[in-house]
Design a protein around this ligand. Structure first.
Ligand code: DAH
Length: 344
C-alpha cells in the first residue's frame, strides 16, 4: 500500500462533502468518487499490483471508503429533497389570475319558450306537453286534416311505419297542434293551454329551414269564447314580446282545424312599417297562425260544438327569435357554437 494514506483520503472526502451546496455539486462529487473513472475505481484497479498479503486489508479499506461516501451522498440528497418540498409550501399568490371555469347557460330557444309560456301563464293558461312520437290520428285526422291533404304526404312528414295503407301509423309530429286533441280528450272545458315542443318535417336544411324546430301551440275553450278573445290574447302576447309600439293585423287564411282562420302579422320592427327587405318591403312580418277551433275538431274529441267555442294559435319559436334578435340563419340555433350562444 505504498503511497496510500488512509487518513488524508478520508479527510479529503469529508472536506469535499462539506463543500456540496447544490444538487449539481452532489452530482460532481458522486462522479469524482464513485464514477467509472473515479477514485474508488482507481483504488480497486490497483489491487492486483499489491502483494497478495496486503490485498485483503486494502479491500476492506476500499469498502469502508465506499460506505462513507454512500452515507455522505444520502445525507446531502435528503437535504436537497427537503429544500424542494419547502419551495412547494410557498403561500398562494392570490393576486395571480385564476383559471376561469366556463359556466353554461340556458339555450336562447329555451329562454324564449319559457318567456312566452310565462306570458300565457299570467293570463291563466297552463302548460302541457305532448309526445314527439305521435299517432297519425292526433297529428292529422283528429284535427280535421283530410286524408288527401298534402301535409300528410311522406315528403312532408316523417312516418315511423312505411305502409300508407296502415292508418294507425305513428310519426314524428309535424306540429304541436295534436296537443289540442290530447288535452281536450283528457279535460273538460273551461280549458286554456299552451303547449311548447319540438316538431319535425323532412325539409332540406338551409338558412330558413330545419328538419326539426320548435312550436308553441295555444288554445282556449269555454262557453262564449269569441274572436275578440283571440285578438286580445294575441295582442297582449305580441306587445309583451316585441314592444308596445307594434301594430297587428289578422289576415284571412285557411287551416283545416280552425274556422275562420287568420295569419297574424306585426308591423315590421326593423322598418317600423316603412318597408325594407326583411319584411319583403311590405312593412309586416308574419308571426303565427290562428283561428276559432273548427266544430269538427270539437266533435272528434267529444265536445259539443253547440255548447262550446274556442280559439287556437300556433307559432314557430325560431321564427319569433329570429325576428326579435335579428338572426338571419336558423342553423345558428343548432350548431352549438358557444360564440353565438353566449350572446343570449
Ligand atoms: N299547426 C300550424 C302549423 O304548423 C300552426 C297553427 C295554425 C296552429 C293555426 C293553430 C292554428 O292552432 O289555429 O303550421
Amino acid at each position: 500500500m505504498s503511497g496510500y494514506d488512509s487518513k488524508s483520503i478520508h479527510e479529503e472526502i469529508e472536506r469535499a462533502a462539506q463543500g456540496i451546496s447544490s444538487s449539481q455539486d452532489l452530482e460532481e462529487f458522486k462522479i469524482k468518487y464513485l464514477g467509472r473513472k473515479g477514485i474508488l475505481a482507481q483504488l480497486t484497479a490497483s489491487i492486483p499490483q499489491l502483494a497478495p498479503s496486503e490485498r485483503a486489508a486494502f479491500g476492506k479499506e476500499i469498502n469502508s471508503l465506499k460506505e462513507k461516501i454512500a452515507s455522505l451522498v444520502a445525507e446531502k440528497q435528503g437535504v436537497f429533497a427537503g429544500r424542494a418540498s419547502d419551495s412547494c409550501k410557498l403561500p398562494v399568490d392570490v393576486t395571480m389570475p385564476g383559471i376561469a371555469q366556463p359556466v353554461g347557460r340556458i339555450h336562447v330557444l329555451t329562454q324564449l319558450i319559457e318567456e312566452i309560456c310565462d306570458i300565457f301563464v299570467r293570463m291563466g293558461f297552463f302548460v302541457m306537453e305532448g309526445p314527439e312520437i305521435e299517432s297519425e290520428y292526433n297529428n292529422f285526422t283528429g284535427l280535421n286534416i283530410p286524408l288527401e291533404h298534402p301535409s300528410r304526404e311522406a315528403f312532408d312528414t316523417f312516418y315511423l311505419q312505411k305502409s300508407p295503407q296502415d292508418t294507425k301509423r305513428f310519426l314524428l309530429r309535424s306540429q304541436t297542434s295534436p296537443v289540442q286533441v290530447r288535452a281536450m280528450k283528457a279535460f273538460k272545458p273551461p280549458l286554456a293551454v299552451v303547449a311548447p315542443g319540438r316538431v319535425y318535417r323532412p325539409d332540406a336544411v338551409d338558412a330558413s329551414h330545419s328538419f326539426m324546430f320548435h312550436q308553441i301551440e295555444g288554445f282556449m275553450v269555454d262557453r262564449g269564447i269569441t274572436f275578440a278573445d283571440l285578438k286580445g290574447t294575441l295582442e297582449l302576447f305580441a306587445k309583451t314580446v316585441f314592444g308596445k309600439d307594434i301594430s297587428m293585423r289578422f289576415r284571412p287564411h285557411f287551416f283545416p282545424f280552425t274556422e275562420p282562420s287568420a295569419e297574424v302579422d306585426i308591423s315590421c320592427i326593423f322598418c317600423k312599417g316603412k318597408g325594407w327587405s326583411v319584411c319583403g318591403r311590405k312593412g309586416w312580418l308574419e308571426i303565427l297562425g290562428s283561428g276559432m277551433i273548427h266544430p269538427q275538431v270539437f266533435r272528434n274529441v267529444g265536445y259539443d260544438p253547440g255548447r262550446y267555442t274556442g280559439f287556437a294559435f300556433g307559432m314557430g319559436v325560431e321564427r319569433i327569435a329570429m325576428l326579435r334578435y335579428g338572426i338571419n340563419d336558423i342553423r345558428l340555433f343548432f350548431e352549438n357554437d358557444a360564440r353565438f350562444l353566449k350572446e343570449f
